[in-house]
Design a protein around this ligand. Structure first.
Ligand code: IPE
Ligand code: IPE
Ligand code: MG
Length: 247
């Protein structure tokens, strides 16, 4: 059976998060400059967004640029910003066609103003779309987000006894989205790199050696099949989940 045929469409994750890694290595392996890997990575974003749309996934969060990525050589940062500016404009008609709503999380004030205005336009244009919500993490890091959350809490003068998990979740940039069910990281690295530390508390983790520019439909199906083999116990026992008492 094809990989797609093995997916139980009634048990899909509601929210998939992806650490899109390996663009630079993909380019280097072919003797190309790193930016060619980033360009090819945009093609993978296009493919995976369309695949998620076709499957009926509700939320897809993509780690596109981290707070730490500002420390890369200026030439690479500039090229990435130019690529973002070009891509968001070029992809808006496809997002409209596929009924995708675009959102961003992160310290987007740090982006060049041209990028900010392109994103604002695209977010505004797609805000009424009711299909997939595509969330781009840009200039994002979890520690930045948590630091901001603490700052907001202090500004609100919250009483200590009013602080609970819901209150904290509500202060995060992801307040209006459910937590990811599945985290995928490409390129063989086995780390979280400051991504959604609070929100990934109970996500299933999936790592693949495939480099992001090579990640396609079939790779996503393989991740979903693996995800569907997991038992998500959330601290309970297997017996509790299957409702059999077997102490
Ligand atoms: C991921 O690919 C994209 C960004 C972080 C912007 P990398 O650029 O990290 O590629 P590698 O890990 O160096 O191969
Ligand atoms: C994580 O990838 C950030 C993004 C995918 C945007 P990196 O390549 O920057 O992560 P590290 O530094 O190898 O952990
Ligand atoms: Mg990397």
């Amino acid at each position: 059976m094809s990989l797609k045929g093995q997916i139980d469409t009634t048990r899909l994750p509601q929210h998939i998060a992806i650490i899109m890694d390996g663009n630079g290595r993909w380019a280097r392996r072919q003797g190309l400059r790193r930016i060619f890997g980033h360009r090819q990575g945009v093609e993978a974003v296009h493919r995976i967004t369309e695949t998620c749309t076709a499957l009926g996934i509700r939320y897809l969060t993509l780690y596109a640029f981290s707070t730490e990525n500002w420390n890369r050589p200026k030439e690479e940062v500039d090229a990435l910003m130019t690529l973002l500016i070009d891509t968001v404009e070029k992809e808006t008609p496809t997002l409209m066609k596929n009924n995708v709503r675009l959102a961003t999380i992160g310290d987007t004030d740090r982006l060049p103003s041209a990028a900010r205005s392109k994103f604002t336009n695209c977010i505004r244009q797609t805000e009424g779309n009711t299909g997939l919500t595509l969330i781009l993490a840009l200039s994002y890091s979890s520690r930045w987000e948590l630091t901001e959350a603490v700052r907001k809490a202090v500004q609100q003068g919250v009483a200590p006894e009013a602080i609970n998990e819901e209150y904290i979740s509500g202060l995060l940039t992801t307040a209006s989205y459910p937590d990811p069910d599945l985290l995928i990281r490409t390129s063989g690295e086995l780390r979280i790199s400051n991504f959604l530390l609070w929100q990934l508390a109970y996500a299933e983790l999936y790592f693949t050696d495939t480099l992001w520019p090579d990640f396609g439909e079939e790779d996503l199906y393989a991740a979903l099949i693996d995800y569907q083999k997991r038992e998500r116990r959330f601290g309970k026992t297997s017996e509790q989940l299957s409702n059999t008492s077997n102490i």
